[in-house]
Design a protein around this ligand. Sequence first.
Ligand SMILES: [Zn+2]
Length: 361
Amino acid sequence: MAKRTELSTRHGSCPLPVFLPDATRAVVRTVDAQDLKRCRVQGLVVNTLHLTNAPGVGLIKSQGGIHAFMGWDRPIISDSGGFQAMSMIRENARYGTITDAGIMFRNVDVKRQPRLKLTPEKSIQLQFDLGADVMICLDDCPRPDADRQEVAESVGRTVSWARRCKAEFEQQVEKRRLSEGERPRLFGVIHGGYDDALRRQCAERLLSIGFDGYGFGGWPLDSDGNLALETLAYTASLMPDPLPKYALGVGSPEGIVRCVEMGYQIFDCVLPTRDARHQRLYCLDADPSTPFAYSFLYIQDEKYRRDPRPLSETCDCPCCTHYSRSYLHHLFDIRDPLALRLATLHNLRFYAQWMERLARP
Ligand SMILES: [Zn+2]
C-alpha cells in the first residue's frame, strides 16, 4: 500500500516525513512561534507531564488551549509522560511508583506539584484539555537494560493502558461531540525492548485495539550508544501501512535517514536545539551530489572571530541571511541571549531542510 504523504490534523497538514522540534514546556527554548514559522517548522511536540506541572493544564485550557496559549496554529503532538516516568522513577524510586493503576509521581516539582497521579484515563483527559492534534497513549517504558521479565511486564501494562486510553479517548470524542474530521488522532506505542517476540506481541495486541498511528517505544539506542537499527526496522515492519509511523526521540540527521528507509515518517528530538545552545551548528554539504552530508561548525572556534561568511552557504535561515560567523562568535563570546536564538534558528532550519530533501521523490 502507498505510503502516506501527509499527516492531516485540525491545525493543517504536515508533509511527511517530518521532524518536529520539542516544545516540552510549550516553548522551543529561546525562540517563538513566529521564529519557528520563519524556519518552516511544520509542527511541535509538547509534554503533558511537564505542562501539568507548570503552568497547569487547567490554566492552558482557560487560555483557549495549547495552540492559542503559545501562539502556534500548526499541528501539535502531545507526549504522555510515560518516558519521563521511566527516566525519573525507574532511576530513582523517590520520584514515585508505577503500578497497573497508573503512575504516581512524587517530588517532581515540590513547590507546584508535590504529587501527581497519572492514569491512562487522566493522561487522555489532560491531552484533550490541552487541545493537542495528535495524542500519545500512556505507556510503560522499561529501562534500556531491563531483563526479559521486566520488558514482558511493560508490554502487558502498555497494552492494558492503551486499551484504557482508547476507551477514554472515544468517550471524550463523544462527550465533546467531535466529528471524524474534528477529532484528534491517537497513537499507540509499541514496546518490547530489544526482543522481537515481545515487540511482535505488543504490536499485534495494539493493532487489535486500533489506533490512528503507531510509535516506536523505548530507548532507540543500543548499549554502545548506536541506533538500535534491527529493533527499529523490525518494529516498523509490524506497523500497518499507510498509518503514520513515529520514531519517538530519533534523532540525529543520519539516524533519521536510516529510519525513513525503514518506513518511519515522524521524528522529534532535542538535538538541534540543545546542540545550538552548546554552540554546535549543523551545516549541509554544499555539493548537490551528496544531499545527505553535513558537518558540524563549532562557532566558538577562534578561526571564526574574523570570518565574514554566513554559517552555511546553503542555509536561508534568519541567522545566515543577515549575520556573519564573526558576529555570532562575538555574541557567544559576550554570552548575549541573541546568540542562543540565532543558533537555534539555524539548527532548526537545517533540520527542516534535511526533511525537505528526504521528502523529494
Ligand atoms: Zn542558517
